[in-house]
Design a protein around this ligand. Structure first.
Ligand code: ADP
Ligand code: MG
Length: 693
């Protein structure tokens, strides 16, 4: 239950002055439903109304506040022309211009012969200052209200600044006195303001510099938000660790058989990761480990070895994959590689239905099935295991923390291994996986040939097709990825179909098409035909982005590469360069390129190192977008900007873990304050892991 002290902040925004049902709805959808959401709606600029020149000195283009006497009203002679009001001071004359404004209203607002303050942007028109629709018209005695510095907020159509400003002000007034939840000595060292003071400061910028994310006030609030995030993760971790783990030690017989039959030797990184995992599994606590490795670094075999050790110990292992294609591919790969050890691999996705599904469930319930691969279907309530020892979650960024917890709950003290190929900058790793220990695969398997990356404008399409033809004729398999149209899978698909039609004219049946709207079975057929069959050129939407493994593919063409984020381009490029032949990635772009798009393409040409790319991506775009937030599963932040505040994370994480070590149920003085913090930043779910709220 949310603490009572926060109730005023979680009232509906319509409880704020000026926000009726209509505007309330706008604020709901643009900013958020609660009063608190307005607190995190940060200013985007300031308007300085302190510039108060005489009419003789006023500069065009600036916001000025002018003290003038009204000398003449000039109603329009023809309809739809503007209404003009003339005014002057000791140094000159000016014109105030109004469109669609009633004369009697203006007569009252600007009475003839009286003095008024007008504030707004000034232009010079036909030699004299002119102001169209002043932002403010006030009496001289009201000067103090007009001449200050105003805060500007990002707006949404239909909502004006004055209304929003008033609502934010009212929201700030509702912030109760809250106990300090921060780490006292740490805060003292930083010299940041307290929470409430920081909020006030951040909403009252005095100069452009006050808008920077690096101000002490903003940093303080970022700290609070990150602390909530890390504490939530630490709670989940503590909760999972509390369920005592089990000592799981296989005898190595299955792993030895599989390793002996591999056509390659494991890399040093793979061995190290396996040692980390064996250490965790063999210890009487739960494993919560992240295996991070760039695309193609060979995570799958690490997962298999870990799963085999569970089977050796008489238990079961499950691998959770984010898409149907991936689940099937993993099942096929694992089945093939595990065959020499006599281990079979079951598959469970949304497509296994009826009798088939029942049989699979029976195998899991009886323990007859040692290894299962599946999609979200594995998380369903009726999926029960005889003795699940290890859960592996692949491409975790597609899942939330929640799925990790659900699959981990399908057994007793289940060890959890999370794998991600997304090269996330270190800081972001902490925000999403702060509860996990980390193993990294930094080296690529030996013998990999580098990928040559080139960028070409769309005009060079023919040249590119000629190059692709040559590659195909010398035995290459080629991916051709079609433009990503944000928010519209339908348009994506249309573009892919069109390109497929075009390339089919050239290559006939050697061209296949796969996209997200196809039926699963059709997708499989095409993927199989590409991976082992007659299809040499695969046109697709971004469904191939994650994890698909066809080592014979050595060319990838990415159309409208300028529309993709760096992380996505990197993922896509990771589909090639998996075999022993050199590979080529062709980034087709549409001119003109934005500066950012140009930088992205340059970075892609310059490096293959996913971690370098991830850091660059963070720098170019800011954290929220790094992974294409749409399906990233990464937490998004209201106040914290990871490209600036990321460095706070480590300290915050350590602090959060320490707090829970000392006060696991958050009952102490600081603990209670931290509960409030969790609710304030809506980490309510995490509080459920505490015994009493
Ligand atoms: P990812 O880390 O992207 O999931 P995969 O596990 O799919 O990578 O591995 C990519 C390819 O590398 C696969 O074809 C796999 O068989 C191969 N591979 C894995 N480990 C090694 C190794 N040590 N030496 C050579 N090839 C390897
Ligand atoms: Mg993989």
């Amino acid at each position: 239950m949310r603490p009572q002290i926060l109730f005023p902040l979680f009232a509906d925004v319509t409880s704020l002055p000026g926000l009726g049902p209509r505007l309330g709805k706008l604020v709901h959808s643009a900013i958020g439903p609660h009063v608190a959401d307005l607190l995190w709606h940060l200013p985007s600029g300031i308007i300085d109304r302190s510039y108060a020149p005489t009419l003789a000195e006023v500069l065009p283009g600036r916001i000025a506040t002018l003290m003038v006497r009204i000398t003449e009203h000039q109603p329009p002679l023809v309809p739809r022309r503007p209404y003009r009001v003339l005014a002057r001071d000791a140094t000159g004359e000016m014109e105030l211009v109004f469109f669609h404004t009633k004369g009697d209203y203006l007569a009252k607002l600007l009475p003839l012969g009286e003095t008024r303050l007008v504030s707004g942007r000034v232009e010079i028109f036909q030699g004299r200052p002119q102001m169209t629709h002043p932002d403010y018209i006030a009496k001289p005695e009201e000067a103090a209200e007009v001449t200050g510095i105003e805060t500007v907020y990002p707006l949404t159509a239909g909502l004006n600044l004055k209304t929003l400003r008033k609502a934010v002000r009212a929201a700030l007034d509702r912030v109760p006195a809250l106990p300090e939840w921060g780490n006292g000595p740490y805060l003292a060292r930083q010299g940041w303001p307290a929470f409430q003071a920081a909020l006030e400061t951040i909403h009252a910028p005095r100069a452009e510099a006050d808008l920077s994310p690096e101000t002490p006030a903003r940093t303080r609030l970022a700290y609070d938000e990150l602390l909530a995030n890390q504490l939530a993760l630490a709670l989940i971790r503590a909760h999972q660790k509390k369920q005592s783990g089990r000592v799981i030690q296989g005898d190595g017989r299955l792993r030895a058989k599989v390793e002996a039959s591999l056509p390659f030797a494991l890399t040093g990184g793979q061995r190290q990761a396996l040692a980390d995992i064996a250490g965790d599994m063999g210890a009487p606590k739960r494993m919560l480990r992240l295996l991070q490795g760039d695309v193609g670094s060979g995570k799958t075999i690490v997962a298999l070895m870990a799963m085999l050790s569970a089977v050796e110990a008489g238990g079961q292992a499950a691998l959770l994959a984010p898409t149907e294609i991936l689940a099937r591919q993993h099942a096929a790969t694992l089945a093939r590689v595990a065959a020499p050890a006599g281990v079979t691999v079951a598959l469970l996705t949304g497509r296994e239905k009826g009798k088939n599904r029942e049989a699979i469930l029976a195998g899991l319930a009886s323990g007859g099935t040692g290894i299962v691969v599946g999609t979200h279907a594995l998380l369903q309530e009726d999926v029960a295991f005889s003795d699940l020892m290890l859960a592996v979650v692949d491409e975790q960024h597609r899942f939330g923390v929640h799925q990790r917890v659900v699959i981990g709950a399908k057994g007793r003290g289940v060890d959890v291994l999370v794998m991600t190929a997304t090269p996330i900058p270190r800081t972001l790793t902490l925000t999403a996986y702060g509860d996990l220990d980390v193993s990294r695969l930094t080296e690529k398997p030996a013998g990999r040939k580098p990928i040559t990356t080139i960028a070409k404008p769309t005009e060079a399409m023919e040249e590119v097709v000629a190059g692709v033809t040559r590659a195909m004729n010398s035995g290459a398999k080629v991916y051709w990825v079609c433009p990503l149209v944000e928010e519209s899978e339908v348009i994506d698909v249309a573009a892919a179909e069109e390109r497929h039609a075009h390339l089919s004219q050239l290559f006939g049946a050697r061209v296949g098409l796969v996209h997200g709207r196809m039926k699963g079975a059709d997708k499989d057929r095409v993927m199989a035909a590409f991976s082992q069959g007659p299809v040499d050129l695969l046109v697709s939407t971004t469904v191939i982005e994650v994890g698909v493994d066809v080592p014979a593919a050595t060319v990838i063409v990415i159309e409208h590469a300028e529309r993709f984020g760096l992380a996505q381009l990197h993922q896509l490029r990771g589909r090639i360069g998996r075999g022993d032949k050199p590979s080529t990635c062709i980034l087709l772009y549409q001119k003109p390129l934005s500066e950012t798009a140009e930088s992205r393409l340059r970075i892609m040409r310059e490096t293959e190192d996913g971690f370098v790319i991830a850091e660059e991506d963070l720098r170019l775009r800011g954290a929220g977008e790094v992974l294409g937030t749409r399906q990233s599963g990464l937490p998004t932040f209201r106040v914290a900007d990871m490209s600036v505040h990321g460095e706070l994370l480590e300290a915050v994480r350590d602090d959060a873990r320490l707090v829970l070590d000392r006060d696991p149920e958050l009952q102490g003085e600081r603990g209670k304050a931290l509960r409030i913090l969790l609710y304030l930043f809506e980490r309510d779910a995490a509080v459920r892991y505490l015994r009493s709220g």
